[in-house]
Design a binder for this molecule. Structure first.
Ligand SMILES: *Cc1c(COP(=O)(O)O)cnc(C)c1O
Length: 447
């Protein structure tokens, strides 16, 4: 009876019986995966609570300052909490850091000096960093300041090219940047363990090199963070995992005392460093968001695993696949046709709590070589810890999606995406019944 009332609730939101039943059948197989995700969330929840207790977070910390922000108790305490959670000496956690790219640019620009060289041993960095580094010429880039850049590609099997890395570390090499998440590429995401191996190798060759990890989308997916395996700087965005969906802006740099001090001197000013920077009214959301982040990340992870398992039997390519271990919250599904990509994104949008009535269309986004379609009905604009999806309108028509502040919303949003494909005749209903057709058999490329 309970199940029937739940089903009616889904029906009221446009999920038909075949889609609902197919989803429930897939879910039955995921119990163990979900238990594992819950255990990690439990571990990380305790880690966060422990850090907050040790730092004596008090009600007064939730208030903010204005103006210069001298003696901002809440801001300074929060930075100590982050340092404990990420197991680093210090941290900079500020609303004045506007996004993930800004946090990464700040970490790089403040710790590199003219004549230094930056090395990426894991291939091309995230798109927006190309302009920060100057791979694509850009005003204010590291290249303009006489900082050079080298990159070593990953091997074909995703492994590290240790020989190539050894050859690329010279007397000029000052900082090594390691991106944990694959972002919107096809390489595998790096586990914390593999990041640790890479850092140990680099430090074995040149002990004083600074190892920075772009931690975007990776926070709280595992029990360990890059700070546990020797990273000198761990950098990310608060409108992704660690903001828990509540942070309305912000970025963080957790790292050695010296690296964080350098970053603070660049964010504010030499001499002022961490002493200024009013927290305005955001501290309560930063604290509460961090408190919620482990379970919010778990919800997003369950959504990603559910989607891989939902779409793979229907013949769609999924990365990571249905059984792989996860190191970030991003899921890619190769939909194979423009109609299917549009239907998927419109389904995700229709499942949102905010802007569900808006219909996303492909558009010419600056900086991309193809039109892009994006679904984002979010409480915080652009927040990608909330259920969101986007993809370039070009073969093989892959959608990347991530987030979901709660598991029920992630589940509903993903079912809604499938419903959208079914409603347009892009997935054969008989496949939902069997759930195990030959790959490609279920997909129809036109109506
Ligand atoms: C999102 C992301 C960034 C950039 O963050 P923005 O907040 O979008 O500027 C950098 N690196 C990775 C791996 C990311 O996922």
């Amino acid at each position: 009876m309970c199940d029937n009332t739940l089903r009616r609730q889904y029906e009221a939101l446009g999920i038909t019986a075949p889609v609902y039943e197919y989803g429930m059948k897939i879910l039955e197989t995921l119990e163990e995966r979900f238990q594992q995700i819950d255990r990690t969330a439990e571990y990380n929840q305790l880690k966060v609570i422990h850090a907050m207790q040790e730092c004596r977070v008090s009600e007064a910390c939730l208030l903010g300052t204005t103006g210069y922000g001298y003696n901002d108790l809440g801001r300074d305490t929060l930075e100590q909490v982050y340092a404990r959670v990420f197991h680093t000496e210090d941290a900079l956690v500020r609303p004045q850091i506007t996004c993930g790219t800004h946090a990464l640019a700040l970490a790089l620009m403040s710790n590199l000096r003219p004549g230094d060289e930056l090395l990426s041993p894991v291939g091309k960095p995230y798109d927006t960093l190309e302009e920060v580094i100057g791979i694509r010429p850009s005003r204010g880039s590291l290249a303009e300041y006489g900082i050079t850049y080298r990159q070593v590609e990953l091997l074909a099997d995703g492994g590290f090219d240790y020989e190539g890395i050894r050859k690329s570390i010279t007397e000029k090499t000052r900082l090594v940047t390691i991106q944990r998440s694959k972002g919107y590429q096809t390489r595998p995401t790096l586990s914390v363990e593999r990041i640790g191996e890479l850092i140990a190798f680099v430090k074995g060759i040149k002990p004083d090199v600074i190892c920075m990890v772009d931690n975007c989308y990776g926070e709280f997916v595992e029990e360990r963070e890059p700070g546990d395996v020797g990273a000198d700087m761990v950098v990310g965005s608060l409108i992704k995992n660690p903001g828990g969906g509540l942070a309305p802006i912000g970025g963080y740099i957790a790292g050695t005392g010296e690296c964080v001090e350098n970053a603070a001197c660049r964010l504010t000013s030499p001499g002022l460093a961490k002493e200024v920077g009013a927290s305005l009214g955001v501290l309560k959301d930063f604290y509460q968001g961090l408190f919620l982040a482990p379970t919010v990340t778990a919800a997003a992870l369950k959504g990603a695993v559910f989607a891989a398992n939902l779409y793979q039997p229907l013949g769609y390519g999924v990365v990571p696949d249905s059984v792989e271990s996860r190191h970030d919250i991003i899921q890619a599904v190769t939909l194979g046709s423009p109609e299917a990509l549009i239907a998927f994104c419109q389904g995700i949008q229709a499942g949102a709590a905010v802007d569900s009535h808006v219909v996303p269309e492909p558009w010419d986004m600056p900086g991309y070589d193809a039109r892009v379609i994006m679904a984002a009905g979010a409480f915080v604009s652009g927040s990608s810890i909330e259920l969101s999806a986007d993809g370039p309108m070009k073969p093989p028509y892959t959608v990347y999606f991530q987030g979901g502040l709660t598991w029920p919303h992630a589940k509903f949003g993903i079912l809604r995406s499938l419903q959208s494909l079914v409603d347009r005749g892009l997935v054969a209903e008989r496949c939902l019944k069997s759930g195990k057709e030959a790959p490609g058999d279920c997909r129809k490329t036109s109506k």
